[in-house]
Design a binder for this molecule. Structure first.
Ligand code: GLC
Length: 939
């Protein structure tokens, strides 16, 4: 509520915004100096908001910017309601909030409840106020320094006691941190009211959330550790109730450096904080990478209790403090010190005062791996400013200042942070050879597409495109290889698989994904489809520190290059006492038992074997859940050179739809079934067959080289077989010379085609089979005929032969065409889609550089346009050749009229509009358009 009493909603959108937040932690002091006094300021920060937005962060966490003696970098606050003059004014702050909200971003500020600076007016009044007075009791006093003896010292390197003598008060005051930071007394209801008023002051200014600093230590009780006390939780409930009563969409984030079960308490029953840092997870990520073993991370995630549905963890790798090792065992701490802080200067209190890049020895692969974990484990990630460019630290500076040096914007003076005299700066800019601003800076990284900064942007874009990361459940998978950390993030109907190699060496891993059998893993950064998941463990090989993020898609196609189909469940065995004849009821003799056996085999073949075989074919799409009804319309045996095949024409009725025909030639291999199972025939298999003690495999004959050769040889000489009341005609086109030898080259098959089966004979011939053909004129055949018989044209593959069924009524159904192969590197459609994807990715990066690479005089598409021009020319040449076919042919020419051109233009413009609208919509969630998926639909 504002002063006028209405409820205040922060920014637009969802009250659970913090679940999808990517938080960027910013020190105003060290970010950007707009007035060149050597100290960063609010206006400087405002000028850099586009940078933060562009990185993909949607929330800014501001370190303290209040008036302060700056003896704890601003956490020693002397006035809660003002802005330190060196940073700006309240008007600047309001402008900052407006600018953030305008960009659909949020702001989190610090609510330092536990203590103030000793310069705060409250403390100055308290030390002078009479014993027992309300004013005095704003703080915690004692006549001696013996009370609360069971309390640990947090700043153990600098403070020898939690009590400090105040000569003015004539008493000791309590402090959990520095001796100039007296702790507030939450047993004093007046003080609590004052804190609530301060909270509302900033909420009314538009702040979206508060980080509740050092929130575990608010209350004190003798005989306890004075951490996580029930009284402290009661204070938090009070704060939350006040927030909920007056405001919507605001958030409290607990800084409670505690064990998981203790941190859990800070969410309460959704009546304390909305968020809490996952302090226990952070050091264990470092531990897992150092020990190349997932155990520390898996273990702490297992120990992490469930949190209420509206709550969220904040995950982080580094922040403005030392990397705290308070909540690890002594043994773990020793291990981490040895691994990450061999130099004692890097240690502070119970922690390590280093930034992420130096901790990772500036190994880009390790930095990426850590960042992937940050972006994909449960919680909203917090990025510490400068870590996105791999900034270093300066361990020669005191306290934690080494990790708080100015942001490195460019190789210019003071790293582009300020134009002031270098000696005037709030802290020196890093200048060392490896991490100094001359080497590590935003400007140069924006220019390099492969920089850490641009890589991070891409990763954050992936995170922002999938709500499963912020809101999804976590399922840990534990493959045998412990160097691999694998987990699923699931939200609504989306499942994302994250696999991370924690080791420096290449690793292989088998992951049990059988629950997701048949889904296709689509890699999230490049949208590349991987082979589908099966019932058997999914096998991945990974480079050292490699990672994969996959969407387990149930609608994406398997990769085009994949030459093996998803194997179906266990093959059944058909007992065929009479060979082929068993399948069609032409059983010899009158033995009723044998007859019954044959009937059973036939029913099994139709209902089970064919149904599951068809379901596994990519060209066969069912429309409903019902099993299709299959009829055998015709069958015939075809014998060539001692081999025999069965040719069948099926009618398939699916979910009440019109029946479709399927052409299915079959072969039997009476070989060793073990060979068969693992061999090349596996993808074509229908069933095992047994005749007495002979066992073999029944399979689709297109997997049989002899059958494929026989087809070409038959086309070369022309063969007619009586079939389905008509004729199955194999022939070559007039004027074409074809011989069986043309098909001599090694056979290669394309199995993942959408509508057909492709068979290459060496590099000369290509047989395209339509397993579910449509009746009537075949465009392929008609075009091919004209091109080869009437108007030969070299740039289009000539059709040399056909396999067609001529019905009794004269209608023709083309079952396959044989083409000459024209060498190529793929098709123009795929080339264009991939080209555009690359272009959009590049453009997304160059847009932030303000470098328009397509400026005047630079045609970035020149190369592509050349190709497009060539395609246009070849198409025109082909049409010219077709036009030569003359009047009367099915492809007779028609004049292009002005309305035609108008209609085509309109269609092109409409389609473009639709694509652009789609890009705009998607652009809000995705950085690049998933053109591949769209392409798949339109193809
Ligand atoms: C929090 C802050 C830290 C500060 C301490 C005392 O832990 O993160 O920087 O020194 O509180 O205010």
């Amino acid at each position: 509520m504002t002063k006028s009493g209405e409820t205040v909603v922060s920014g637009p959108g969802d009250a659970l915004w913090y679940k999808d937040a990517v938080i960027y932690e910013v020190p105003v002091k060290a970010f950007f100096d707009s007035d060149n006094d050597g100290i960063g300021d609010l206006r400087g920060l405002i000028s850099k908001l586009d940078y933060i937005k562009d990185l993909g962060a949607n929330t800014v966490w501001l370190l303290p910017f209040y008036p302060s003696p700056m003896r704890d970098d601003g956490y020693d606050i002397s006035d809660y309601r003002n802005i330190a003059p060196e940073y700006g004014t309240r008007a600047d702050f309001r402008l900052l909030v407006r600018e953030l909200h305008h960009r659909d971003m949020r702001v989190i500020t610090e609510l330092v409840l536990n203590h103030t600076s000793d310069a705060h007016a409250w403390f100055q009044a308290a030390r002078r106020a009479p014993h027992g007075s309300v004013k005095r009791d704003y703080y915690v006093w004692s006549d001696d320094d013996k009370k609360y003896a069971g309390t640990r010292r947090i700043f153990s390197d600098t403070e020898s006691s939690n009590w400090t003598w105040d000569p003015v008060a004539g008493a000791y005051f309590w402090h959990r941190f520095f001796s100039h930071q007296p702790d507030l007394n939450f047993d004093n209801p007046h003080m609590l009211q004052a804190v609530l008023r301060n909270m509302r002051f900033w909420l009314d200014m538009g702040v979206d959330g508060f980080r509740l600093d050092a929130v575990a230590y608010l209350c004190e009780r003798e005989g306890t550790s004075n951490e996580n006390l029930p009284e402290t939780h009661a204070v938090l409930r009070r704060l939350r109730a006040e927030l909920d009563r007056h405001y919507v969409g605001r958030m409290l984030l607990a800084e409670a450096n505690q064990w998981p079960e203790d941190v859990r308490e800070y969410f309460g029953e959704s009546d304390e904080c909305h968020m809490a840092y996952h302090f226990p997870l952070m050091p264990r990520i470092y531990m897992a990478v150092a020990s190349e073993d997932r155990h520390p991370v898996v273990e702490i995630l297992r120990q992490t209790p469930e949190i209420p549905a509206s709550c969220q963890w904040a995950t982080f790798l580094r922040n403005h403090d030392e990397l705290t090792l308070e909540k690890v065992t002594d043994r773990e701490r020793d291990y981490l010190y040895n691994a990450y802080a061999a130099d004692p200067r890097a240690r502070l209190n119970l922690g390590i005062r280093r930034r992420l890049a130096p901790l990772m020895e500036n190994d880009r692969r390790k930095i990426e791996l850590m960042t992937v974990l940050l972006m994909t484990l449960p919680g909203s990630p917090v990025i510490y400013y400068g870590d996105e460019i791999g900034m270093g630290d300066n361990i020669y500076l005191g306290d934690r200042n080494g990790v708080r040096t100015p942001m490195q914007w460019s190789p210019d003076r003071n790293g582009g942070f300020s134009r002031a005299d270098p000696q005037q700066l709030c802290l020196p800019v890093n200048t060392d050879a490896v991490y100094g601003a001359q080497t590590v800076n935003v400007e140069s990284q924006l220019r390099s597409p492969s920089s850490l900064l641009n890589w991070m942007k891409r990763l954050i874009a992936v995170r922002n495109a999938h709500r499963a990361f912020g809101r999804g459940s976590l399922v840990l998978i534990e493959p045998g290889n412990r160097k691999i950390l694998a987990y699923l993030r699931e939200y609504l109907d989306e499942t994302i698989l994250c696999v991370v190699n924690l080791s420096r060496t290449p690793q292989a891993v088998e992951i049990d994904l059988s629950r997701y059998a048949k889904r296709v893993p689509v890699e999230l950064t490049a949208r590349t489809a991987f082979p589908p998941v099966r019932d058997t463990p999914y096998f991945l090989t990974m480079p050292g520190y490699g990672f994969f993020l996959f969407r387990l898609s149930d609608e994406s196609g398997v990769p085009e290059w994949r030459e093996e189909r998803v194997p179906r469940v266990e093959l059944q065995t058909l007992v065929m006492p009479d060979g082929w004849a068993t399948l069609f009821g032409a059983t010899s003799g009158s033995n009723r038992v044998r007859q019954a056996l044959a009937d059973r085999t036939r029913a099994q073949w139709k209902r089970e074997v064919l149904t599951s075989f068809l379901a596994s074919r990519r060209w066969f799409e069912t429309s409903g859940n019902r099993s299709p009804v299959i009829e055998i319309l015709e069958h015939a045996e075809w014998e060539v050179g001692g081999r025999s095949w069965l040719l069948a024409l099926l009618s398939v009725t699916d979910g009440g739809e019109k029946a479709r025909e399927c052409f299915l030639p079959m072969s039997i291999d009476w070989g060793d079934t073990d060979d068969i199972q693992s061999g090349a025939l596996r993808p074509w298999a229908l069933a095992y067959v047994r005749q007495q003690d002979r066992v073999g495999l029944l399979y689709e004959a297109f997997g049989d080289d002899a059958f494929c050769h026989a087809l070409v040889a038959a086309m070369a000489v022309g063969v007619e077989l009586p079939f389905a009341g008509g004729t199955l005609r194999l022939q070559c086109n007039a004027g074409v010379s074809l011989s069986g030898d043309d098909a001599a080259g090694p056979i290669r098959r394309l199995l993942a085609q959408r509508n057909d089966i492709g068979i290459f004979f060496g590099s000369t011939l290509y047989l395209k089979i339509y397993p579910a053909p449509t009746a009537g004129v075949s465009a392929d055949v008609e075009l091919g005929r004209v091109q080869s018989e009437v108007a030969p044209y070299a740039s289009v593959p000539a059709i040399v032969g056909t396999l067609a069924l001529e019905r009794a009524n004269g209608a023709t159904t083309v079952l396959g065409v044989l083409q000459r192969v024209v060498e190529n590197q793929g098709d123009c459609w795929d080339y264009t889609i991939e080209y555009l994807e690359r272009h959009f990715d590049d453009h997304a990066q160059s847009a932030t550089l303000d470098q328009d690479t397509s400026g005047p005089g630079m045609d970035v598409h020149a190369q592509y346009c050349l190709l497009a021009g060539r395609i246009g020319q070849r198409t025109a040449e082909m049409h010219l050749a077709l036009a030569a076919a003359g009047e009367g042919a099915a492809l007779a020419t028609e004049a292009v009229t002005a309305p035609d051109v108008e209609a085509w233009t309109l269609q092109a413009v409409t389609e473009l509009d639709q694509v652009l609208a789609h890009i705009r919509v998607q652009g809000q969630r995705h950085t690049a358009v998933d053109l591949k998926a769209r392409g798949g639909q339109q193809k």
